[in-house]
Write a protein that binds this ligand. Structure first.
Ligand SMILES: [Zn+2]
Length: 115
């Protein structure tokens, strides 16, 4: 399961961060997730819970911020948000837009710790 290995690396990273701050308790992990990352939010959330079990992160929360897919439309010369990832085209003029500006994110943005 793809999401489980991702969850485990997030937990590992957070554990190291906590250890470097005198084993501060991790309360929450903030993550930005784009629909093009190939990661399913629900699967990641349940994997996170599994990965946390019997680690110092048990009971902490994974807070996922979903990032919308935005592309650059060469015709409108502007940044637009696609309405569906199945149809990567400008919603204004219908031009196919291969230039994805965001939506592939899978990144930890912050850790909440009890210091
Ligand atoms: Zn356009």
């Amino acid at each position: 399961m793809h999401e489980l290995s991702i969850a485990m690396s997030i937990v590992e990273m957070a554990e190291e961060e906590s250890a470097s701050r005198g084993n501060a308790q991790i309360l929450a992990v903030h993550l930005r997730l784009g629909p093009l990352s190939g990661v399913v939010k629900e699967a990641l959330l349940s994997s996170y819970e599994m990965a946390c079990a019997s680690t110092p992160l048990a009971g902490s929360q994974l807070l996922i911020e979903e990032v919308p897919v935005e592309v650059f439309c060469p015709r409108c010369k502007t940044r637009v948000r696609v309405s569906s990832i199945q149809w990567m085209a400008c919603p204004e003029c219908g031009t196919p837009t291969p230039e994805v500006l965001q939506g592939r994110e899978l990144e930890v943005t912050a850790l909440e710790m009890n210091e």
